[in-house]
Design a protein around this ligand. Sequence first.
Ligand code: OGA
Ligand code: MN
Length: 206
Amino acid sequence: MVSESIIEKIIDDLAEKGWSCRKNILPESFLNILLNEALELWNNGEFNKAGIGRQNNSYIRPEIRSDRIFWLDENNLSCAQTLYFDFINNLKLRINKNFFLSLKTFEAHFAGYPKGSFYKKHLDQFQSVQNRLISVILYLNFDWKEVYGGKLRIYLNENNFEDILPEAGTLVCFRSDLIYHEVLKCTKERFSLTGWLRRDEGVFPV
Ligand code: OGA
Ligand code: MN
């Protein structure tokens, strides 16, 4: 579904700078299916308030993040989600090979940002369990405009950053332990499919 040459570019980006942003990597029809799946869940009230921290110790901190999430069940994926997981699996194999890692699992959720929501500057790796190694975000918003805000801000260092529009078909990957990032306040509902490639807990000293 995603060409080998794009996967190659993502690997090169990760090696060079620890993050990657590639636009239009998937067909519009496919993105539309994923968006509609997210919208149906959203409209049925299936998204939950997102917490900070790990699942069992997670607590709601609306001053830090105000998005809502719906975790995908890897044993109960739709066709489109299965295709996406196949692509991620391919990406995982390439990352493992190139960086001598042993990424094993992928956890993913749809994220919905209601109007006015945001996610303050943070790292995706938890301090307690450092098994999230690579964050992968696929945006699902067609015709996203600058005025809607909701940009992903990737921090290159303390003083410099790069902003990314959450436009449908843009895929962002980054090192979960290194890359600080934030979601700027949006003025329109904003959807994505966000996931993490993980090594198994306890496999490496942390
Ligand atoms: C996250 C996150 C960024 C985005 O869910 O941890 O940082 O652009 N998302 O949605
Ligand atoms: Mn994050």
